[in-house]
Structures are given as structure tokens and as C-alpha cells.
Design a protein around this ligand. Structure first.
Ligand SMILES: Cc1cc2nc3c(=O)[nH]c(=O)nc-3n(C[C@H](O)[C@H](O)[C@H](O)COP(=O)(O)OP(=O)(O)OC[C@H]3O[C@@H](n4cnc5c(N)ncnc54)[C@H](O)[C@@H]3O)c2cc1C
Length: 391
């Protein structure tokens, strides 16, 4: 069967991996409505992901991971989000950051090795808690109010982080903190202790099952070796493509729902299902343009990032553009899908209204639209001016 979701599969190996993830996604889609309604964290999905080996897909092979590429990550994340956007976004931070650590090597080798071993053996995961209520998005350069104060053998960290995706399940996480003595900011690897508490604040319109609660750190001791180096290789931030992959996966699920509906729904004044109507076909065509444009940019950016290792920092504008187009087009696709289905799309027993709420969150994951436009404008203005004799 010809499906557009399969357009970018290049080999039998990729097909096998995709099939495996589709099975997981089908299982997660059955649980998605309940977790969305309750705003609960889908622990059982993460147990399944661990059992299926998904948590180690980007761990380097030297640590018994699969060492998959960014292209592979995008392909699998799209499929997972097709089943459940929340689970895909949440696990995306983990597998994305492992990929980033693998390529940037910015952590001390021993700490990274220990993390990789824990991922493979115990299903440990990682995420970075950088956002705070008063600093705004960390991607815009806000200074954390969380502080790291030196103490014997290490640091005491105090503060409150917002939007802490995966917080219900993590036994360790990275925290950004301001060091007053140094007038600078650093990353610290924090292990969960009784001085870390979770405040159940995540009650949002969409992505309700990502467990993105507030995390409060009350003088948490962090060993001196757990201050993480910010040095390392600039990899252009390719790993952030897990975000557009997620929102495109949601859009694809909305598109397929609308297609099924259009093929089968026949009001009694019509002789054929509504798929025969020019207006419906026009909307379907529009969905295809939005999706195909976004996916071609997304896969092209991932492929270039995988191949052009020395050129990765220069790919930032292209990576940002792929995210911008994917998240905005995904919103349009879900909207079109709902217009095709009509008022029934608003019913809670159908998944479209959840897709509509979930897909909206993409605008508020980095890089935000304004940053992408700024980066593209900067790249354009930095081009050598053509002398037209205007000056
Ligand atoms: C589902 C989800 C999961 C998340 N998971 C995590 C996570 O795991 N870890 C984490 O650290 N964070 C996470 N975040 C937080 C995210 O990275 C942002 O910090 C958060 O969404 C706030 O971004 P913002 O742009 O709304 O905030 P702000 O920076 O406060 O911006 C608010 C508004 O102000 C304007 N604005 C402010 N500053 C500027 C500027 N310099 N230029 C242009 N406009 C500006 C814009 O209109 C913007 O929309 C998550 C967010 C979501 C939605």
C-alpha cells in the first residue's frame, strides 16, 4: 500500500525499524485519550519504549546503543507522534539530547559513558530543565534565577524550573544555574534526592501527558565533577529536529483521520461520500501541499546534517527553517482536517480535537518563529552585497 508516511524510507533496515515503532505508536494511541483527559504521565508507554530498545536508539554503538542518525530519529519520531504526540515529544528530548552529546562530546567522557550505560541497562533518560517563570525561553538568552553556590566538594543548587518535561520519570536531569561568584551560567547534572520536589503544575491546553511540571531544587548538593563543560563541538543543534518531526507526525494522523472520514461519510442527500466534493478535494490537496513541503524540508535538513559533519554550524538557518515550516504547516493541516470532518471534529470521542490542541504547542518549542526569522534575516544580510551603484 502506498502511504506518504513511507516516502522517506530508504532501506529494508529502515523499514523494519519503522514497522516496530508503528506497533508501539498503535498501542500508545489507544492510551492517549485517557492520559490527555487526566493530564497523567504515561509511565506504561515508557516501560514499553524501554523494552523495545527505543531509549537507546541514539546511544553510541561503543556503549551498546544503536547509534542511529538524525534522519533515522526524525523518521521514528514522526511515527511515534502519529500515535501519541505527548509521548513522542517527551522521549524526543531524551533521544535528541543523547544524539547531541554524542556529536558535541561536550560532557566529560566518564559522565557521558555512565549515562549511556544506565540508558542501556536500566532505561535511564535525560532532559535539560532550563526554563524559568521569570527568564522566558532560555533560547532567547534569559539568565536563570536558579543559583549554584560553591560548597565543600561541590555545589548547592537552589531554584525553580518550569516546563520540566519528563520530570515524573527522570532520576537525573541537567539544570542551568547562575553562579554569582563567576557572574556566569553553567550546566549541572543533578541526581534526584529528597531536596528535589515536583510541583504538579502542568495543566495545559495541549501536550498534557508530557509531565512538564515545575521542579523545585532546595539546596541540592551536586558533586564538583557534575558541573558540565559547555565546550565541545558546535553541532548546529540538529537534534532539535525531533520537535518538527513530532508535530508533523500529529498532522499526519489528523490528515489520515480526515481522509478516512471523507471516504466513508455519506450524508443521505448525497450518492457518494463527501470525498467526491470539489471543496473537500481542494482541502485534501492543500493538506498534501503543507505536509509534503514540510517533510521535504525536514528530511533534507536531517540528511544534510548527517552527511555534512564539518558544515553543521552553517546549517542552522536550514534547520530552523525546517522547524518553522513544519510546525506552522502542521497547524494548518490539522485545521484543514477538521474543516473536512466538520462539527464532528469537535467531539471529544474523536482524536482530532486533541491533535488540534497538541499541535499548537510546537510554536512554543525552540527555535521559536521569531528566532528563526532573525537567523534567516541575519544570514541573508551577511551575504556579500551586489554592487548596483546605489550607494
Ligand atoms: C510542551 C512543552 C514542553 C517543554 N519542555 C521543556 C523542557 O523540557 N525543558 C525546558 O527547559 N523548557 C521546556 N519548554 C519551555 C520552552 O522551551 C519555553 O521556555 C517556553 O515555551 C516559553 O517560551 P516563550 O517563547 O513563550 O517565552 P518567553 O521568552 O517568555 O516569550 C513570551 C512571548 O514574549 C515575546 N518575546 C519575549 N522575548 C522575546 C524576544 N527576545 N524576541 C521576540 N519575542 C520575544 C514573544 O511574543 C513570546 O511569544 C517546553 C515548552 C512546551 C510548550
Amino acid at each position: 500500500m502506498n502511504r506518504i508516511i513511507d516516502d522517506y524510507i530508504r532501506s529494508g533496515e529502515e523499514r523494519t525499524r519503522a514497522d516496530k515503532v508503528e506497533k508501539l505508536a498503535a498501542r500508545f494511541s489507544e492510551r492517549a485519550a485517557m492520559h490527555d483527559r487526566e493530564g497523567s504521565f504515561p509511565f506504561e508507554n515508557f516501560a514499553d519504549l524501554h523494552e523495545a530498545g527505543y531509549l537507546k536508539i541514539t546511544v553510541p554503538q561503543e556503549f551498546d546503543g544503536d547509534g542511529l542518525t538524525l534522519y533515522d530519529l526524525v523518521m521514528l519520531q514522526e511515527r511515534l507522534a502519529y500515535g501519541d504526540g505527548s509521548t513522542a515529544l517527551a522521549v524526543g528530548w531524551h533521544i535528541g539530547q543523547i544524539l547531541h552529546l554524542r556529536t558535541s562530546r561536550k560532557w566529560p567522557e566518564a559522565i557521558f559513558a555512565e549515562l549511556c550505560r544506565s540508558v542501556v541497562s536500566d532505561g535511564a533518560m535525560i532532559n535539560t530543565f532550563a526554563s524559568e517563570a521569570s527568564s522566558g525561553s532560555p533560547s532567547r538568552g534569559g539568565k536563570p534565577e536558579t543559583t549554584a553556590i560553591p560548597t565543600e566538594g561541590g555545589w548547592l543548587i537552589t531554584g525553580r524550573k518550569t516546563y520540566s518535561t519528563l520530570s515524573p520519570i527522570l532520576d537525573r536531569f541537567v539544570v542551568t544555574a547562575y553562579i554569582p561568584d563567576e557572574e556566569g551560567t553553567a550546566d549541572f547534572l543533578v541526581h534526584r534526592t529528597d531536596r528535589v520536589s515536583l510541583v504538579d503544575t502542568w495543566d495545559t491546553l495541549g501536550m498534557r501527558a508530557t509531565g512538564s511540571h515545575d521542579v523545585v531544587l532546595d539546596g541540592v548538593f551536586v558533586d564538583k565533577d557534575m558541573r558540565l563543560s559547555e565546550k565541545g563541538i558546535d553541532d548546529g543543534g540538529g537534534w532539535f529536529l525531533h520537535i518538527p518531526a513530532c508535530y508533523i507526525g500529529i498532522a499526519m494522523a489528523a490528515r489520515d483521520y480526515a481522509l478516512d472520514f471523507a471516504r466513508s461519510y455519506r450524508p443521505n442527500h448525497m450518492n457518494e461520500p463527501i470525498a467526491a466534493l470539489p471543496y473537500v478535494q481542494h482541502s485534501i490537496g492543500e493538506m498534501e501541499i503543507e505536509l509534503r513541503t514540510a517533510r521535504s524540508l525536514l528530511y533534507a535538513a536531517a540528511d544534510r546534517w548527517d552527511r555534512e559533519i564539518d558544515n553543521r554550524p552553517a546549517l542552522k538557518p536550514e534547520l530552523g527553517m525546517a522547524k518553522y515550516v513544519a510546525t506552522n504547516n502542521a497547524i494548518k493541516v490539522v485545521d484543514l482536517a477538521m474543516r473536512i470532518v466538520g462539527a464532528a471534529s469537535l467531539e471529544r470521542k474523536r482524536p482530532l480535537e486533541r491533535f488540534y490542541r497538541d499541535v499548537r504547542a510546537g510554536l512554543h518549542n525552540p527555535p521559536m518563529d521569531s528566532s528563526v526569522l532573525h537567523t534567516l534575516a541575519g544570514a541573508a544580510l551577511a551575504e556579500m552585497p551586489v554592487d548596483r551603484g546605489n550607494s
